[in-house]
Design a protein around this ligand. Structure first.
Ligand code: NAD
Length: 359
């Protein structure tokens, strides 16, 4: 018996649509949530996960869809927020028919929702989805791997954060601690090295990634995972897991800026957003600084052009400065200011539509 009340949650957080689907041939079982389509079609990847319960699955889908609304709005994109989750064991269920069945459900939403890869789904899986619908992005041979673009956006976000904090963004004067040298952390380190960063430390738990960094960049110093928080640096860059900024880690931080690619960095947004603010540590809101990959994939909806995508990713710099100013003026933490910024854009664009113009 389900305890979670989907309609109450939808009403409270103003969701537009929740769709459950089940394909009897392949056993595909999933949910698509569309949070808000004021700015454009809802875009969000499809996550495949062996959820313990249907309540866990729908709640994860709802939360992720709402996060996409803020992320797209703050990134200046004409996209809404949506997400799909598939309930199943990724080692067993994946095949052509399974993803073509997903494509048919995506198509049934007639462009209100656009999907992409996410946890446990790949560009190869999306090629099968594409056989049944055009409402899919992140395909092989189009915008390509999003991670270098996410890292590039983060690099510009770090520049903006240094500008705001020290009124000087010359990377060569600053020191960095990068947590995680995987897909995004690896590229971020390369951008920082390219800008002559004064000193870079990194932590990792994957031996291959440690060896790769040591081989390619022996000047970057490895520190044990638990020691990265206390590294004596200007900027801490979380590029691994979520919830790493919490009651236990904040007292260890020596950095005065936290800016990285990871999602949901703050264990509790309101509590830890405020704690960082009180300690005068500047926090770059995660869904703003890590939007480079989304901006890149958005360009796939038009004729993909890397130059245009790169130029839009650079705008993360100005956007963060604007958000930091809102936080200062309103005396609120920066994660909250980013939400105010995103909501303002949605509401303003929504009001524009009162005025009918024939095209
Ligand atoms: P990834 O899995 O390629 O890299 C993460 C790395 O962190 C791995 O190498 C892993 O070994 C390491 N790691 C895990 N636990 C660690 C720990 N305790 N200490 C140190 N290292 C640890 O993932 P990614 O694609 O680089 O994504 C990193 C974060 O950025 C995630 O939160 C992801 O949701 C977010 N993000 C990624 C993208 C993207 O384009 N890839 C876009 C937006 C947000």
């Amino acid at each position: 018996m389900s305890k979670f009340k989907v309609f109450d949650y939808m009403e409270k957080h103003r969701y537009e649509q929740v769709v459950y689907f089940h394909d009897k041939t392949t056993g595909l079982k999933g949910i698509t949530c569309i949070h808000n389509t004021t700015l454009g079609p809802a875009l969000g990847g499809t996550r495949l996960w062996n959820y313990e319960s249907e309540d866990d699955a729908v709640l994860d889908c709802l939360r992720l869809a709402r996060g996409m609304t803020y992320k797209a709005a703050a990134a200046g994109l004409n996209l809404g927020g949506g997400k799909s989750v598939l309930i199943g064991d990724a080692t067993k269920v994946k095949n052509e028919a399974y993803f073509r069945a997903l494509g048919r459900y995506v198509q049934s939403l007639n462009g209100r929702y656009i999907t992409a890869e996410d946890v446990n789904t790949s560009t190869g899986d999306m090629d099968y989805v594409k056989m049944e619908t055009d409402h899919v992005v992140g395909l092989e041979g189009k915008s390509g791997n999003p991670s270098p673009m996410t890292a590039l956006g983060c690099f510009h976000g770090i520049r903006a954060s240094l500008r705001f904090k020290f009124n000087d963004e010359d990377i060569s004067k600053y020191t960095f601690a990068v947590q995680g040298a995987g897909q995004t952390g690896y590229y971020l380190i390369k951008y920082l090295i390219g800008a002559n960063a004064k000193k870079i430390y990194f932590s990792e738990i994957n031996d291959k990634h440690i060896a790769r960094m040591k081989k390619e960049h022996p000047e970057v110093t490895f520190v044990k995972p638990d020691d990265i928080y206390a590294a004596d640096v200007d900027v801490f860059c979380p590029c691994a897991l979520g919830a790493t900024i919490n009651d236990e880690t904040i007292p260890k931080l020596k950095a005065t800026i936290v800016a990285g690619t990871a999602n949901n960095v703050l264990f509790d947004e309101d509590i830890h957003g405020d704690v960082l603010k009180d300690k005068d540590i500047l926090y770059a809101p995660d869904f703003v600084i890590n939007a480079g990959g989304l901006i890149n994939v958005y360009h796939e909806l038009k004729e993909y052009n890397k130059g245009h995508a790169t130029r839009d990713i650079e705008k993360i710099y100005d956007r963060l400065l604007e958000i930091y100013k809102i936080a200062d003026k309103e005396n609120i933490h920066t994660q909250l200011a980013a939400k105010v910024f995103a909501k303002n854009r949605i509401e303003t664009i929504n009001r524009l539509q009162d005025n009918y113009i024939k095209r």
